[in-house]
Design a protein around this ligand. Structure first.
Ligand code: ATP
Length: 421
């Protein structure tokens, strides 16, 4: 059999269809399958009705050569995975003596008699191989047909993960023919998703011509766009060459808004630049309420380059603590480039920093006006040079505050690199 190329994942359990529980098993399984060179072609969550599970299982079998179902292996009547799989594969359920013994022993060790309903857990589709559960009672099951690998794993993540590592990963790797997947992430800021798509699509549409199977996806978050480039093949050197080439071409097409190709976050990139230059930063924040300093101090070692800051929400604080002239606020408004610049200069002077940042804006939902709608944020950085910009960020209050801290970090990065974009 194999190599296994496409997998489908089914998360079984009605509780996963409520707002209280989320299917995380498929995230773990997807990451591990990808590392083993298997692409996940689809996944779904299905409730505890046998007919529903049988239907999605039947469909998955048509599309994939590996189908993994998690959950529904317990002893109660709503644990229908074994029955649904037996029905679809047209294999009878048979009592498995070893499984029964293992479950009995587990109870006996705790000085208890096995409840009769646990017998259900020993009823398995004919030909299924039990996978020992080191942590719970429900054993996993592996079934191989002529051209499919079907794996049933218990729902609790702490039972599923070790079982996958012990039995499923080695089974897939054995037939993978050395295939593997590697991924690189190109991170971009200061550009919208459609701008990044426009610049990168002509480049990534030609990926894969070198014989390595490649895939590119775009992920957008407030203040940041990520291009995920993955390559699948059998030769690690060839995969790395293809990825190096792909990342280099994307960087060239997008230009300086690319801030990271090695996984580092924007605050880590800025931290590294500050450390290299031997500079220390201070920030005066209004609408972000300390969010910029929070991101900067997430980076280990940041005490080497972060001094601190002042959350200057009220105008009095801007005036009394940062020395922003009252008539500047009266003349331009608190949300303006001159005020942002005076905040940046004030906090730099007051805390004795090399680079100062000022952020003042309207995060909403109230407080907007026709001239300065919600989302208007003025940001100033005074470091190598002094510059101030006004942005109009989209989204709700959280998104606007996140955009503002990203834009401030990007202005710092440009200043530290001596760029003027
Ligand atoms: P057990 O007999 O050990 O309970 P089981 O296979 O019957 O195993 P379920 O009853 O379906 O497992 O699920 C048990 C618990 O595991 C659920 O309450 C849930 O908290 C967790 N769980 C189930 N499926 C998932 C999933 N896809 N992602 C994350 N957690 C899950």
């Amino acid at each position: 059999m194999g190599p296994f190329e496409r997998a489908e994942i089914i998360a079984a359990g009605s509780e996963l269809l409520t707002p209280h529980r989320i299917d995380t098993n498929s995230l773990f399984l997807t990451a591990r399958l990808n590392e083993l060179g298997v692409v996940v072609g689809g996944k779904c969550v299905v409730g505890d009705r046998k007919a529903d599970l049988a239907l999605v299982f039947r469909q998955a079998l048509e599309r994939a050569d590996v189908v993994i179902i998690s959950g529904g292996l317990g002893p109660t009547a709503d644990d229908v995975t074994r029955d649904a799989v037996a029905e679809v594969l047209e294999r009878p359920l048979e009592e498995h003596a070893d499984i029964l013994d293992t479950i009995r022993e587990r109870f006996a060790r705790r000085g208890a008699r096995m409840p009769e309903i646990n017998r259900r857990q020993a009823m398995v589709p004919a030909g299924a191989v039990p996978l020992a559960n080191a942590v719970g009672t429900a054993p996993g099951l592996m079934i191989e047909t002529a051209n499919r690998l079907i794996v049933l794993l218990p729902g609790p993540p702490r039972e599923l993960r070790p079982m996958f590592e012990a039995f499923v990963a080695p089974r897939i790797a054995r037939d993978a023919g050395g295939r593997m997947l590697r991924r690189r992430v190109v991170k971009v800021t200061g550009r919208s998703e459609s701008q990044v798509e426009e610049l990168s699509q002509p480049v990534y549409s030609t990926f894969g011509a070198s014989g390595v199977e490649m895939d590119t996806t775009i992920l957008a978050a407030p203040g940041q766009i990520e291009l995920h480039v993955s390559a699948i093949g059998a030769d690690p050197a060839q995969i790395d060459r293809a990825l190096d080439d792909a990342v280099g071409r994307l960087e060239a097409a997008i230009g300086s808004p690319v801030f990271s190709t090695d996984g580092r976050a924007l605050e880590a990139v800025v931290g590294d630049l500050l450390r290299t230059k031997g500079w220390r930063v201070a920030a005066a924040e209004s609408c972000t309420g300390g969010g910029l300093l929070s991101r900067l101090t997430e980076v280990p070692g940041s005490s080497g380059w972060v001094i601190g800051g002042i959350v200057a929400y009220a105008n009095d604080v801007k005036i009394d603590q940062l020395g922003v002239p009252a008539d500047l606020i009266a003349g331009h408004g608190a949300v303006s480039e001159p005020v942002a610049q005076a905040m940046a200069e004030g906090v730099r002077r007051k805390l004795g920093a090399d680079i100062g940042v000022g952020i003042t804006g309207i995060a909403g939902p109230d407080g907007g006006s026709p001239e300065k709608p919600v989302g208007t944020v003025a940001i100033a950085v005074c470091g190598g040079t002094t510059r101030a910009r006004t942005f109009l960020f989209p989204g709700d209050r959280d998104a606007i505050r996140r955009h503002a801290t990203s834009a401030a970090l990007e202005m710092m990065r440009q200043d530290l690199l001596g760029q003027n974009l």
